[in-house]
Design a protein around this ligand. Structure first.
Ligand SMILES: C[S@@+](CC[C@H](N)C(=O)[O-])C[C@H]1O[C@@H](n2cnc3c(N)ncnc32)[C@H](O)[C@@H]1O
Length: 321
């Protein structure tokens, strides 16, 4: 371990947190809560960003059947998709963060946001949420009055709300919503059964990226697409945004401790390579870069040879067919 890393108090704190997960009961506490999807406005903003970008990139802007990886504290992003016209939503997580009381509260707020055609909450409200859009007006060119009035019909909204109230993990009989926790087998869904798969700030946490991309490929219908926002930053495990790449594998194992997931630490190019390996065609790869991180000489041996591009790529929004 090199000196700049040792001086970093977050390094010791991260190690302590990792070790604390071995104390009975603490692993659960330290894995609880994810942040973003506790807010209806966040969920609304994220869904409309994925939808707007799909439209911009010539992809379907009326996906009917969706799957989300890592919805977090609520199913709100998928609920926004259902409210605005989708008919089936599968959510996959490894921890059951999303409870029904919050889901219902978020759902009711989302319905109001759509009824008001509220503007997409932008970077002044959510500075860390990517992708940034050029225009944050409500996308009436996609969600036309005709389409949205149909989607917001009282009986349709009640039916989704009831599906939410009756939600049981992995319940195949629920017509609109299924929440799989944990999931570790792509066979939980039929091949070629979804139009769109998406995730927001989740793919950087997935332990087995290769198996996950393979599952997504199997589930998507021909012509279906994927929309993923990935955050490669250290998520407060280090002082610098890319400081987690300074830790050796053994130190990282201690930092992760017994938590079911932390960060897979894979840089941007690994995602692109896996997409290509499984047969996806990348349609959009919007990266943000940050040159303020640690220099190459401080990277651990595993990351020493990452490309110059990977070293400064801190987020990416990737859509692929
Ligand atoms: C930072 S949270 C993001 C939550 C939400 N998407 C948001 O935007 O706030 C990461 C989520 O990914 C989930 N996750 C981690 N590994 C996963 C896996 N293998 N499959 C599905 N979800 C996973 C976590 O449990 C968590 O819900």
């Amino acid at each position: 371990m090199r000196l700049p890393v040792l001086r970093n108090h977050l390094y010791f704190l991260s190690l302590l947190m990792g070790i604390a997960t071995y104390i009975p009961g603490l692993s659960k506490v330290l894995s609880a809560g994810t942040g973003g999807t506790i807010s209806a406005r966040y969920c609304y903003s994220v869904w409309l960003r994925h939808l707007t970008m799909a439209y911009k990139n010539g992809l379907s802007n009326q996906p009917n059947i969706l799957a989300e990886l890592g919805p977090g504290d609520s199913l709100g992003i998928g609920l926004a998709a259902l409210i605005s016209g989708a008919n089936k939503y599968y959510a996959f997580d490894v921890v059951a963060h999303a409870g029904n009381k919050r889901n219902i509260e978020i759902f009711d707020e989302l319905v109001e946001l759509f009824k008001k055609r509220e503007k997409i909450p932008d970077e002044t409200e959510f500075p860390d949420v990517r992708p940034y859009l050029k225009i944050y007006e409500f996308p009436t060119h996609i969600l036309t009055d005709e389409r949205l009035n149909e989607a917001l019909k009282q009986e349709r909204i009640e039916s989704i709300r009831n599906a939410l109230l009756n939600l049981g993990s992995g319940d195949e009989n629920n017509k609109q919503i299924s929440y799989f926790v944990p999931w570790n087998d792509s066979k939980v869904l039929k091949e070629e059964s979804i139009d769109m798969a998406y995730s927001q700030a989740a793919l950087e946490h997935v332990n087995d990226l290769s198996a996950t991309y393979e599952a997504l490929y199997r589930w998507l219908k021909p012509g279906g697409f994927m929309s993923n926002e990935i955050d490669f930053r250290s998520h407060v495990t280090a002082k610098d945004w890319n400081g987690h790449w300074a830790y050796s594998d053994s130190v990282w194992r201690l930092i992760k401790g017994k938590r079911p997931y932390l960060l897979n630490r894979q840089p941007h190019s690994v995602h692109i390579d896996l997409l290509q390996k499984f047969g996806f065609e990348v349609i959009c790869d919007m990266k943000t870069t940050d040159t303020s991180g640690i220099e190459r000489k401080f990277l651990s041996s595993r990351f020493k040879h990452i490309s110059d591009d990977d070293l400064i790529t801190c987020t990416a929004f990737i859509q692929a067919i």
